[in-house]
Design a protein around this ligand. Structure first.
Ligand SMILES: [Fe+2]
Length: 201
């Protein structure tokens, strides 16, 4: 591992995404300009980082190096939360957080695409929400149920590709295992707070 955790993180993401060739992932991934200037952000940890140890144990082989990097050096990164306890309660806030690797506010500057990680602890529901940006998710851990629009919650395995079109509501419900997922956002305001509640395009 290189001594620079940020370069290692970006390189790890690039290597991980190289394993995804089918649509719609390919269109997203080919749209990533990898020559991104670094952005200096202060380290900011969150309680949800405690779930990275278990995530590293259950992640698939292709994702394990990346998850281990997050587990071992996660506190060097700048984790964020968009919501407050007023939205979903204190337990949610203790078990939720994201890390923008690249984008308009992440560790690397990219105005066209945002990419990063979401953590949810076990037995957490992230209720219906939506946003203008089109989104791709790849869970690195399995066991979480996902729903889109007014559909039913469906379990999604690690490595599946989940596509949310612009402004389509979606929700996640973890089971006994934590969720670690990689996301990409494009085509909308990349730092927008999601709107809570259901909506279909
Ligand atoms: Fe989303």
């Amino acid at each position: 591992m290189t001594g620079n955790a940020f370069d290692a993180l970006l390189a790890g993401v690039k290597t991980f995404l190289a394993g995804y060739g089918g649509e719609p992932a390919r269109g997203f991934i080919e749209g990533i300009g990898w020559s991104m200037p670094p952005r200096l952000l202060a380290p900011r940890g969150l309680p949800c980082l405690a779930h990275l140890g278990r995530a590293a144990e259950i992640a698939g082989d292709d994702a394990r190096p990346l998850v281990r990097l997050l587990r071992d050096r996660g506190h060097e990164f700048h984790w964020g939360q968009t919501y407050t306890a007023a939205d979903f309660g204190h337990n949610f806030m203790d078990n939720y957080g994201w890390l923008e690797v690249f984008g308009t506010r992440g560790h690397f500057a990219n105005e066209a695409m945002a990419g990063g990680f979401l953590i949810l602890g076990p037995h957490i529901e992230y209720p219906d929400h939506h946003h203008v940006a089109e989104e791709l998710y790849i869970p690195l851990t399995g066991g979480t149920a996902w729903r889109m629009g007014d559909g039913a919650f469906q379990p999604r395995a690690a490595g599946e590709v989940i596509h949310h079109a612009s402004s389509v509501s979606h929700a996640m419900r973890t089971g006994s295992e934590p969720l670690l997922a990689f996301y990409l956002w494009r085509g909308g305001p990349l730092a927008a707070r999601s709107t809570i509640g259901s909506q279909r395009a």
